[in-house]
Design a protein around this ligand. Structure first.
Ligand SMILES: [Zn+2]
Length: 220
């Protein structure tokens, strides 16, 4: 586990943090791909967890949700907008892109019942739920007001999938049903005035001035 902020760690991933799973106090945030089971279970060995909370229900974030919740006997939480996808009544990857569909089938985990439906302002491990849709209808930012740490899911990413280089960008359009709404969510994230941004993909965003320039340069 890599320590990132008081009470916040990222589960190990070699060679780079490409698909992130965080631990906030005793709440696991996101659950990787289906094939991340060994890594996630190894990292959680000997640790108590009380809940799994998802930033959004996509194949690279819900992959081990059922496995973790069943093995550890913990409840699953996600935003109201993604409950149907998590419980199997709607597709997890709303995409028509053939490449994305191919990966989605490999990565996606089975449906699982959502025990706690999250809404704006709810509290999870000392973080406040901020609804930030666009990339997924139920995407959320977990924001901690005391030190302004933001766990932001895929509202922004800090790496490219192809080269795995560190670079701030919006999520790819082919995986984002409403890119304009996601841009509004990026501005919402900027308005929270975060001190540290922990994205779903890539290392932490620590250059907040660069993030603010990136957010204000987005058009539409
Ligand atoms: Zn993702």
């Amino acid at each position: 586990m890599k320590y990132l902020a008081p009470g916040v760690w990222r589960l190990k991933e070699a060679p780079r943090p490409l698909i992130n799973v965080y631990l906030a106090e005793d709440v696991l945030i996101d659950a990787g791909r289906r094939w991340d089971k060994r890594r996630i279970f190894a990292e959680l060995e000997g640790r108590e967890i009380s809940m799994l909370a998802l930033t959004h229900v996509h194949p690279d974030h819900q992959g081990c949700a059922k496995a973790v919740c069943e093995a550890r006997g913990v409840p699953l939480a996600c935003h109201a907008g993604d409950v149907d996808a998590m419980e199997g009544r709607k597709p997890v990857a709303a995409t028509s892109n053939p490449g994305a569909k191919f990966f989605a089938r490999m990565w996606e985990g089975p449906p699982h019942k959502v025990d706690r439906v999250l809404g704006e302002g709810d509290e999870v491990a000392g973080f406040r739920v901020v609804h930030a849709p666009g990339h997924a209808p139920g995407e959320v930012i977990f924001f901690r007001d005391s030190d302004r740490v933001a766990i932001c899911g895929d509202v922004v990413r800090n790496c490219t999938y192809v080269t795995m280089r560190t670079r701030l960008s919006p999520p790819p359009n082919e995986l984002t049903p409403d890119p304009a709404e996601n841009r509004r969510s990026i501005r919402k994230l900027a308005e929270l005035n975060p001190s540290l941004i922990l994205p779903g993909h890539g290392p932490p965003v620590t250059d907040i001035a660069a993030f603010e320039r990136f957010a204000s340069a987005l058009s539409g």
